[in-house]
Write a protein that binds this ligand. Structure first.
Ligand code: C2O
Ligand code: CU
Length: 502
């Protein structure tokens, strides 16, 4: 019997209350929504744009009246947003001013392998001794590491359509705590096709990074997986199985924020950047027309046609690019974005306050991007990947096809330019993510894919005992890439595998 096969991603309220204790949390919707700052390139040339980002530690105010030490790109959480252009390419120099190694992965990027943020391809801070930093030599033998001294130029050709990508830390064994401390930000790819659509733009095109955190009494982040005193708290002993979940919901790094909007359409690029929590997002009150969220894009591109949703189930690392039409509400309405639990309870995420009328020339056209549906007959090959927890004498093991990750074992060798059918099975909630390869979900348990599965994706919500089939396209580059569970605690416990594009 699998563990926690129900209710994954949803801590009971009582346990949640115990996580952040002794700290006065703000009343919901008192803190304004923060929009991450846009990072300008330091230079733009014929070969693309050049950006410079420093990873550094800084004290910021998250819970009003307290200080939290974040590890952030440019010292901010979320990191700055990069606006890039499809096919133009970007070089991002990431300098490490922290005290630990880092590796930066552009999630959703069609990136050459040496810039993909492989977990053992690390940037080390000055004076760092490059040995003994991982407790698992069998997972990552010393000779398989690559070290960059203080900085590395990540090259992103971005030969891919407009999409909401994000970048985050991917250090071997430590991605979860390092992302938890703040190492995540948006990189948006734009293209002519997107520009030609009359979707909401500029100040009505807003990225929303949703994640949960717990806090110490001092205001510092509390990472419960490492806290033995919490293992006895009901609900929290499951941190190991379910990953780390906090009881404070942050949107763009602020607790339960509020945004003043006009009675017009807005485009929200929703990212679940939580380590382990899944959300079922809804609007309260909803517009009651079944179109609370008009989805225009998925993880790695715009859809062919918009899809109306009343709720959005968002698993870690997934993106939903949606339009919300506040013209459906009278001025003065406060609309809460909530997380609906299986119990029927609703937890706050953030609030929208409709404060004025405004002209709105935007609309959601029936036809969005050119979308090519992959045909099942295109698949050259079918491969199976079983995501499973094993209880052994040494404890639990998170495995793919019976193995925990090693840097040396290659699980699959798809051919460059090919399409393959990959079948994921699972004993638990596992958000399955492929580097490099974008895919389309073609079936769930032998039936039609679900309402959240549309479009080009790089992460798919594989639920307990499900069989999910995707058609993946291995385009762009040869070399070593990886797939893994994006529950970041499962990932750090080695639920990853290599594939070589040959
Ligand atoms: Cu968003 Cu390999 O990760
Ligand atoms: Cu998992």
């Amino acid at each position: 019997v699998a563990f926690g096969a129900t209710g994954c991603g949803q801590l009971p309220e009582a346990a949640g209350k115990t996580l952040t204790s002794g700290l006065r949390l703000p009343e919901p919707f008192k803190v304004p929504l923060h929009i991450p700052r846009v990072l300008d390139p330091v230079s733009t040339g014929p070969d693309g744009d050049r950006y410079e980002v420093v990873e550094t530690s800084r004290e910021v105010e998250i819970i009003p009246g307290t200080r939290t030490t974040v590890w952030g790109y440019e010292g901010t959480f979320p990191g700055p947003t990069l606006h890039t252009r499809s096919g133009r390419g970007a070089v991002v120099r990431v300098a490490n001013d922290l005290t630990v190694p880092t590796s930066t992965h552009l999630h959703g990027g069609l990136t050459p392998p040496d810039s993909d943020g492989y977990p053992t391809d690390v940037v080390v801070p000055s004076g760092y001794e490059p040995h003994n930093h991982s407790g698992h030599e069998e997972m990552a033998p010393p000779e398989t590491w690559t070290y960059h001294d203080r900085a590395k130029d990540y090259k992103y050709p971005l030969r891919q359509p407009a999409a909401t990508l994000w970048y985050h830390d991917h250090r071997m064994d430590f991605s979860a705590p390092q992302v938890y401390r703040g190492l995540a930000g948006f990189l948006l790819v734009h293209d002519d096709e997107e520009d030609s659509l009359p979707l909401p733009k500029d100040e009505r095109d807003i990225p929303l990074m949703i994640c949960d955190r717990a806090f110490e009494e001092s205001g510092e982040f509390r990472y419960p997986a490492l806290d033995p005193t919490l293992q006895r708290v009901p609900g929290v002993e499951r941190a190991y199985m379910q990953g780390v979940q906090g009881d404070v919901t942050l949107v763009n790094g602020k607790p339960w924020p509020s945004l003043e909007v006009s009675a017009t359409k807005y485009r929200f690029r929703i990212l679940n950047a939580s380590n382990a929590r899944r959300y079922r997002l809804a609007l309260n009150p909803g517009p009651r027309d079944g179109a609370s969220f008009i989805q225009v894009g998925s993880d790695v591109g715009l859809l062919g046609r918009p899809i109306n949703h009343e709720t959005l189930t968002v698993t870690p690392a997934e993106r939903f690019d949606v339009v919300v039409d506040f013209a459906k509400y009278p001025v003065g309405t406060r609309i809460t974005l909530v997380n609906e639990l299986e119990s029927g309870a609703m937890h706050n995420v953030m609030q929208f306050h409709v404060v004025r009328q405004e002209r709105d020339e935007s609309r959601v056209p029936d036809k969005l991007a050119n979308f090519t549906k992959l045909a099942e007959a295109d698949a050259e090959n079918t491969r199976r990947f079983d995501f499973r927890n094993y209880l052994e004498s040494g404890g639990h093991k998170w495995t793919i096809n019976g193995r925990t990750f090693t840097t040396t074992y290659v699980e699959a060798k798809p051919r460059l330019g090919s399409v393959e059918r990959w079948r994921f099975t699972s004993d638990f909630h596992h958000p399955v993510h492929l580097h490099l390869a974008h895919f389309q979900v073609v079936s769930r348990n032998g039936r039609q894919p679900g309402p959240m599965d549309a479009g080009w994706k790089d992460t798919v919500d594989v639920r307990p005992f499900e069989t999910v089939d995707v058609l993946a396209r291995f385009d762009g580059f040869r070399g070593r890439y990886m797939m893994h569970c994006h529950n970041l605690e499962h990932e750090d416990m080695a639920m990853m595998a290599n594939f070589d594009v040959v």
